[in-house]
Write a protein that binds this ligand. Sequence first.
Ligand code: NCD
Length: 309
Amino acid sequence: MISLKGKDILHGNQFSKKDIDGIIKIASNFERELKKKDSLTLLKGKILATLFYEPSTRTRLSFEAAMQRLGGGVISMGSVESSSVAKGETLTDTVRTISQYADVIVIRHPRTGSAKEAADAVPIPVINAGDGTGQHPTQALLDIYTIHKELGSLKNLVVSMVGDLKNGRTVHALVELLSLYQARLYFVSPGALRMPEEIISNLKEKGIEIVETEDFMKAASESHLIYMTRIQKERFTDLSEYERVKGSYIVDGEFLKKLKKKITILHPLPRVDEITPEVDTYPGAAYFRQVRNGLFVRMALLSMIFGKR
Ligand code: NCD
């Protein structure tokens, strides 16, 4: 396994199968340890800084919780409006400043490539928590951890990815990891929200079998797993276009009845209307377990970055 000590986490393609095996093992150890104890002391004295230029609930709070459960401390820039970003400070100057106080930075920013830009500007590790429509590698790792737990294996998977495949950074990162396992992929989206051509051709070069379709029921009936995503309203320049495509694919009780088989349902959350609340009690609805898994996976990543695992 490649050591993550002192490394940045920027892109799904930086991980090998061996790395993922290691991360899964370490995360499940933390999952077990947290059943016995509320918190550990592994990262005592270390400080994590969160720097979020875009809204977040799960990603920021799970990183902060992970750091605190490991005995470390957390500082946060807070909202853009309340920081010097509002005065026009550049990203580079902001991260340079934060690197004087913290030992690791978790950043979310609307511009693709911004996390790499931040990482290049500072000597401490930077974790990409979402760079525009680019990547969200730690989400992909917690998704993989969840798939492994829910389905028992990562081999011979058939996965339907559904919704905004154009703008959704979680699917852009997750396909990188799934491609290591030769998963068969259905991309289900409205024509205007198709997976970017560059990602599709990269996957095809790796020998991944891909079917692009608008027929959700057919794709789901052939899949072990459906990965639902939110239509990313904030990425649309034309809101009438958003109105046209919103609600394109919805999982509700009726859909599951028609499907006539059990299926695992993941979603990075937040959801808008793509999964109705009645689905939450369905045994295959794994999205809140997925949220919990984010904590263990981020504990694993932080402990590895500091060379403690
Ligand atoms: C996602 C994101 O921010 O990319 N959320 C998350 O991190 N769990 C998905 C989304 O916003 O739709």
